[in-house]
Design a protein around this ligand. Sequence first.
Ligand code: NAD
Length: 667
Amino acid sequence: MIDIKQAILQGIPSELPPKKEFDTSVSHAPKRKNILTSEEKKLAIKNALRYFPENLHPELAQEFADELKEYGRIYMYRYRPDYEIKSRHLEEFPHKSKQAAGIMMMISNNLDYDIAQHPHELITYGGNGAVFQNWAQYLLCMQYLAEMTDEQTLVLYSGHPMGLFPSHKDAPRVVVTNGMMIPNYSKQNDWEKFNALGVTQYGQMTAGSFMYIGPQGIVHGTTITVLNASRKIDSTSKDMSGKIFVTSGLGGMSGAQAKAGVIAKGICIVAEINPKATSKRHKQGWVDEVYKDLDELIDRALIAKENKEAVSIAYDGNIVNLWERLVERNINIELGSDQTSLHNPWSGGYYPVGISLKKANEMMVNSPDQFKKKVQKTLVRHTNAINTLCERGMYFFDYGNAFLLEASRAGANILNEKGDFIYPSYVQDIMGPMCFDYGFGPFRWVCTSNSAEDLAKTDKIASEVLEKLIKKSPKEIQLQMIDNINWIKEADGNNMVVGSESRILYADAEGRMKIAEAFNNAVTSGELSAPIILGRDHHDVSGTDSPYRETSNIYDGSQFTADMAIHNVIGDSFRGATWVSIHNGGGVGWGEVINGGFGMMLDGSKDSERRLKSMLFWDVNNGVSRRSWARNKEANFAITRAMEMNLNLKVTMPNIASDEVINDLEL
Ligand SMILES: NC(=O)c1ccc[n+]([C@@H]2O[C@H](COP(=O)([O-])OP(=O)(O)OC[C@H]3O[C@@H](n4cnc5c(N)ncnc54)[C@H](O)[C@@H]3O)[C@@H](O)[C@H]2O)c1
């Protein structure tokens, strides 16, 4: 048996470990573009060798050159640890700082082979959402975490541990930046080049910030989205029953759609091109049935509709084939969306129709221009089929994967005469006004005991807190509160835990603070057996500036600025976060968004109580105030309420110019 503590403390082994066979039983990242010149390739190898003593360089240099040639990146496969990487009780990690042990637990969960999309390439989700660039970074980071005290801060530059720096106990234990670029060097090909050089990485949202808790993290948000989408087209409907929702993707995040559709009591059809992803979700019970034959699938869905059955059905094939067959058969669909990884269209995020997965993977490397053309042609067909179904009454929304953006770039018929997209993003219509503007967002927690019993206790505590709060909640947020109480009560029964014992729950600033306080008290009293880690998705009220997604319902022009996300991470870091992160590109792609997040350990101490109150209040109300300044009336309501709750909060409120004054101007 391997002594895990010993292995972690060792860091990068001084002796060369045996070479590892390429393991074909796990899903691997697609081969990345061959983008470097020969000189740059030498630089990439030289960069990689910085982690190793000189006597190993001759052997490793050739090996890394081979990896670069074969996979387009240097992952240092040989250094992948032999122990099982997974979430464990925090005491199982060697540590001097409990906070650091909690972070080790979260990193391990992000790289768990059952959770990570391409575990050997250190990719958690989204095709290229990396925790680290290579295994040396992982080993070194874990070693630093094991050695550090509460008087130090570990600095991570895109996965690279720059080192431990003296700080103090109220400072974050880890500060993470991922993909921070000089703005002019933030195009997709810049990521390819600088990632291949080993100097930056794409951290997605929760991958590079160690806050990924498996697809559960998104099931709640997706449930809220589809529930409210269905209320949007039918205000009398309580849920999605009898309605068909068609979409794509059974990957990291998209895998949540099938489950959410069933929780919302509807029929969810999801196309997935990669049979490995489909079978993973099927085995996990996240998708009920799988079909290869389109007509059989459609017939099955029609029976479910007739019987108002709640069921999820996967199509083992390309989403475009599914849409086109629905058009041909004249089937009426109520709700439509897409969750292929279009934030990463040229490197495996979106597969063109008409060629096999294998051929497509080869083509994207060997003939990238031809591949790009095929993707764009597919996007045009994809859009045409959706347009036809929408003309027949379907409500389609962009699901934050850059579908509208890439379809428009491909020349698809998706813009109106003013140049705006003809379909809304789900944030514009649903999540923005109904959740984010009120401060509701994907709050989450993880039990560092790794115990299901503790998780069940936290569910109970959280639901009691919300039930108390709803009694005094204003009518504007009552529906939210009811949905969230229902969610937390049913969460355990929905069997959503994959990996660490964690839970997601949409909550506003007050809810988050009150729940966190109750957890901290339960740790103090011993009701919970070990500390709790709090966090959230970057996809939240304040953490993310993304003009076509999180901030797509900001209409004062500031949706193209990133001050909110930057303020958020700075503000969280001096108000008590245990770790903070700021990323380029999470969710919709490199250069398109700035997104950040935090992790916070509640160890039952008075310090934790002070930190949680200070930080959570800021972490939500930063974004609410910005949304209010952008004239969003729901945010205006929420920030006014927050100021009444805390008299130290004084927010600049907008004066609203009437349209009459503006429209009559001569310009
Ligand atoms: N709206 C949200 O709340 C939200 C949340 C997370 C992610 N996203 C976005 O959704 C996208 C998907 O995220 P993910 O983590 O699931 O990524 P992923 O890469 O793990 O999954 C996408 C899946 O789509 C499949 N796919 C690609 N092209 C296809 C095609 N033509 N037909 C059928 N299947 C195809 C892939 O095989 C893959 O399994 C990303 O762009 C992400 O940023 C949105």
